[in-house]
Design a protein around this ligand. Structure first.
Ligand code: DER
Length: 235
C-alpha cells in the first residue's frame, strides 16, 4: 500500500464518525483532503444530510466549496461536534505536532472548540517523543520576527534547538505567510523537549508568538493506518 492509500484508509475510517446534522471541523493537509472528499461523496449520495463544514484553512475552504459542502465559521458555530484532521507527529499520549502545512492557528482554534477531535495518520507519523521527526512550527507576527526567532531558540537551548524562519519556497527566499498574515518559525530539536506543557506555556508567553504546533491532550481519537491494518487509539 502506498502512503497515500494508507492516508485514504485512515480518512475514510474517520468519516464513519460523521452523522447527519453535525457541524464538522474540516482539516488541512494531504490526509484530511481525503476525509473532505469522502464527506462530499456521502453528502451527494444522500447518505449524509445537513452537514455544516468549518474549514481550518483557506485551502480547505476552497476544496470544500468546490465539492459543494455547506460551509460556515466559528462565529456562527462556536460549538463543533467533530473535527477530522491530520498530524505531523503523534506520541504515545496522543499529543500531536501539527502545522507543517502552515495551518496550525485555525486548526487549533477549531479543534479546541470541538467535542470530538479525530486525528488521521499513516503509521509514519508515530514518534517516541514530540519533535523527533521534524519541525515544531510556531506562528509569529511579522513585526520583529527575528527577535522572536532568537528568543525561541534561546528558550530551548538545552534541547539543542535551531529556530528557522519558514520561506515560501520561491527563488528570492520570501517568508511563508499564513492565512492570518503571520510568519512561521520552525523549531528543530536535537534532544527531547521534556515537559511539553511547560514548553507550551513558555512559548506562548513570548509576546510576538501567536500560537504553536503542539496540540497537547486535544485528540480524542487517533486513527493509524499501517501495512498491517488500521488501529483506533482513544484517549
Ligand atoms: O499542517 C497541518 O497541521 C497538517 O494537518 C499536517 O499536520 C498533516 O499533513 P499531511 O496529512 O499532509 O501529512
Amino acid at each position: 500500500l502506498t502512503q497515500d492509500e494508507l492516508k485514504k484508509i485512515a480518512a475514510y475510517k474517520a468519516v464513519e464518525f460523521v452523522k447527519s446534522g453535525m457541524v464538522i471541523g474540516l482539516g488541512t493537509g494531504s490526509t484530511a483532503k481525503h476525509a473532505v472528499d469522502r464527506i462530499a461523496d456521502l453528502l451527494h449520495q444522500g447518505k449524509l444530510k445537513n452537514i455544516i463544514g468549518i474549514p481550518t484553512s483557506k485551502k480547505t475552504h476552497q476544496q470544500a466549496l468546490s465539492l459543494g459542502i455547506p460551509l460556515s465559521d466559528l462565529n456562527s458555530h462556536p460549538n463543533v461536534d467533530l473535527a477530522i484532521d491530520g498530524a505531523d507527529e503523534v506520541d504515545s499520549d496522543l499529543n500531536l505536532v501539527k502545522g507543517r502545512g502552515g495551518s496550525l492557528l485555525r486548526e487549533k482554534m477549531i479543534e479546541s472548540a470541538c467535542t470530538k477531535f479525530v486525528v488521521i495518520v499513516d503509521e509514519s507519523k508515530l514518534v517516541s517523543h514530540i519533535g523527533a521527526n521534524g519541525a515544531m512550527p510556531v506562528e509569529v507576527v511579522p513585526f520583529c520576527w527575528k527577535f522572536s526567532q532568537e528568543r525561541l531558540q534561546q528558550l530551548f537551548y538545552y534541547s539543542g534547538c535551531m529556530a528557522k524562519l519558514r520561506s515560501n519556497g520561491g527563488e528570492n527566499g520570501e517568508p511563508f505567510v499564513t492565512d492570518n498574515g503571520n510568519y512561521i518559525v520552525d523549531l528543530f530539536f536535537k534532544k527531547d523537549i521534556g515537559d511539553l506543557r511547560a514548553a507550551s506555556d513558555a512559548i506562548l508567553r513570548l509576546p510576538g508568538v501567536v500560537e504553536h504546533g503542539m496540540f497537547l491532550g486535544m485528540a480524542t481519537t487517533v486513527i493509524v493506518a499501517g501495512e498491517l491494518g488500521v488501529t483506533v487509539k482513544n484517549k
